[in-house]
Design a protein around this ligand. Structure first.
Ligand SMILES: O=C(O)CCC(=O)C(=O)O
Ligand SMILES: [Fe+2]
Length: 306
């Protein structure tokens, strides 16, 4: 069972007049008839918005990449009514997986099949090959492909007290065949102020130094490079609002199985002991992953058991 977030409007609401949203007329007409925004429609809206910012996004990503980590921001990604419909479809936290460790505290849901249709459609729209192509054309990281199985990223909810210490994302997809190259973070919460924290910060590692800070803003899309040096954190959440985002990974077109790096956390500046503990935990997990991989390679028949 999936409970809809009911207090923040629905797909049937007419859109508010977003300045500059050239597609409002289309949304207004179709939202009267539809209960869920279809993937094609969402994809078109995203492509239109990205297209309108193409040159700036390209330039921002190139400049930030030269400084250590490629990022670009697109604000007002979707008309307000659409963003609200997607937000309303985010399942409540009791239906999500709680991840709680020294490195991070958050709720997530990656299984598209259990999501309400509007949310599923949004996941599908972000995972469309056309969108991956459009992103490849805008930012210079080679050809990008989405995950055809839609098992990537998903919805993340961070509540007051939650955080992600500086980390590198897992280098690969679920079956460890493709390397992640870019992540799109679409911020869904309807209201946010700087005092709520939750900034996305980009770090260099040695020495630990902040390179960029990107505020959480409703309806903001952040494009972030995934690499062996793209350290980033989510600062602790304060107040009473949940920080909700939709995450989509894009992959290198060529298969590359090795080397796999699991998610790696480090401490914030000054956290000397925590940094050492996190480093130890990372190496133990890597060792476990290598032993596991070797076991499954040697015993490949167990995949076909039965
Ligand atoms: O939500 C964000 O801004 C970043 C989240 C993140 O880094 C992650 O889920 O690995
Ligand atoms: Fe991350």
């Amino acid at each position: 069972m999936v409970i809809e977030r009911s207090s923040v409007g629905s797909a049937g609401c007419p859109p508010s007049a977003d300045p500059g949203a050239a597609v409002d007329g289309v949304i207004s007409a179709s939202s009267e008839r539809e209960t869920a925004f279809e993937p094609d429609m969402l994809e078109t809206l995203i492509l239109l918005r990205l297209g309108s910012e193409r040159e700036r996004v390209s330039a921002d990503f190139r400049r930030s990449r030269e400084q250590g980590c490629g990022t670009a921001i697109v604000d007002d990604l979707l008309p307000t009514a659409v963003r609200e419909a997607i937000f309303s479809a985010v399942p409540t936290k009791d239906l999500m997986l709680r991840r709680q460790s020294l490195g991070e505290r958050k709720y997530c849901m990656a299984q598209t099949v259990v999501m309400p249709s509007t949310l599923q459609n949004c996941v599908k729209a972000f995972a469309s090959p056309e969108l991956a192509d459009a992103l490849s054309g805008m930012i210079d990281v080679g050809r990008l492909v989405p995950d055809a199985n839609l098992y990537n990223g998903g919805v993340t909810v961070m509540s007051p007290g939650d955080f992600m210490r500086p980390h590198l994302d897992n280098s690969h997809n679920r079956n460890r065949r493709r390397r992640r190259r870019l992540v799109a973070l679409y911020y869904l919460s309807p209201v946010w102020e700087d005092r709520n924290g939750g900034e996305l910060r980009i770090w260099s590692c040695d020495p630990v130094r902040q390179l960029q800070a990107i505020s959480f803003r409703p309806n903001r899309l952040v494009l972030l490079e995934v690499s062996d040096t793209a350290w980033h954190s989510v600062e602790p959440i304060h107040g009473d609002a949940d920080r909700i985002n939709l995450t989509t990974y894009y992959y290198e077109a060529e298969e590359t199985r090795e080397p796999v790096r699991l998610t790696r956390f480090m401490g914030w500046p000054g956290e000397t002991i925590i940094k050492h503990v996190l480093k130890g935990q990372f190496h133990l997990r890597m060792l476990g992953q290598k032993v596991g991989a070797a076991y499954f390679t040697r015993n490949s028949h167990i995949d076909h058991a039965g």
